[in-house]
Design a protein around this ligand. Sequence first.
Ligand code: GLN
Length: 486
Amino acid sequence: MTAAELPALTISELQPLLRGGAVSPGEVVDALQSRISEIEPQIDAYIALDFEAAKHEANAADLSLPLGGIPIAVKDIISVAGQRCTCASRSLSNYIAPYDATLIRKLKAAGAIPLGRTNMDEFAMGSSTENSSVKITLNPWDKSRVPGGSSGGSAAAVAAGAAFGALGTDTGGSIRQPAAFCGIVGLKPSYGRVSRFGVVAFASSLDQAGPLTKTTRDAALLMNAIAGVDPQDSTSLPEPVPDYTQLLGREIRGIRIGLPKEYTTDGIDPQVKAAVDAAVTQLQALGAEISELSLPHTEYAVAVYYVLATAEASANLARFDGVRYGHRTEGVANLVEHYERTRAEGFGAEVKRRIILGTYVLSSGYYDAFYLRAQKVRELIRRDFVEAFKKVDLLISPTSPVPAFKIGERTADPLQMYLADIFTIAANLAGICAISLPCGFATSESGTQLPVGLQLLASSLDEARLLQVAHAFEQSTDWHQRRPPL
Ligand code: GLN
């Protein structure tokens, strides 16, 4: 194994090399540094990198720990003490996190080294990473296309071998959809499974952080490190954390998988549909029992999400007023002008759109008609899943109706962009867990190969079973071994 080959390894392949002394943590950081300097000019996945600090930590790494000496990239919305945390927003361009998010503290306690801040849509609002105020990240499979979003930098970095694994956040699909677009694994844990303390809030009743990795086993390893209750996040769940690798490799014979008929209708790209159909057949061949069922309130999910997520965002983003947090304008005559200019200068167009929409649905006279009604429909969507999981263990769907779209293709039409999350949003509304993993490729008009993602969903806290089935599928195919042509 040469140093140049190291970055292509998975976390679970790297672990024994580090433990056995075949390679040192410092050499791993060096190898990653040269890979990143080769790749980064091509895809722009990172907002910030500090190799000196990482090398310092590498020299002190405790290799007896589960993730000892393994560098992990971090979405720029998750606090790492002493590092800039900008959320790809002008408003936070100078903000330095004063403490570690709980999931970072846990990751460090497991021996991992946070290395690099990955690009994202501003405040995680978007599906393409085009809403970043910093730059656009390119899809490693086809540089004329988006990597997905909002965790697009994390997904592109992992897919390109410029990160061994990464952390992202998922409010309506932001881990799973970029994982699908970049041909990697992305897991959105159940709501409350991973602490949100130190993760900048977008929509607090929907936000979850989770791993983006090359394989399902790596996702399980990161989950082992970051999951668990946290006294500093009252929404975190007290249930004990299982070993998420425990069920990997067990056969899936007899596991019941439901195919929601609402997720197989019009608007799905034929190549995506073909890949997902083939995946269903493959799971059947592995012994899973597939049946069709209905999630009748699915058609309302996108509408409900864009009422609730924007309402929560309008409240959460009130703190970026130049007084408590964020960019502060200069030379104003009075307080009103201070707020107007500070916020006009700090936020990009999509964030402003969300704040205005969210303020509207919460305002008096509209609260009952929009916000309250959306909460009621959210409950109906949640019950659809409760009913479904009485009949089946897992659900299956495409992660996204289309493969990675062209840069600029959807920026002019917010609704088209919002529809990119049509299959991922319901999981957040219901609080359940879901994973995206590679299940094939679509060929673009220009002949490039675009990854297709398969989504599996399971009831709250059923991540171990989700990973078991995802792993069984992954190991029976070679999609996860394909690498982009960089
Ligand atoms: N794309 C969705 C949105 O724009 C979801 C984003 C996310 O999951 N953070 O809100």
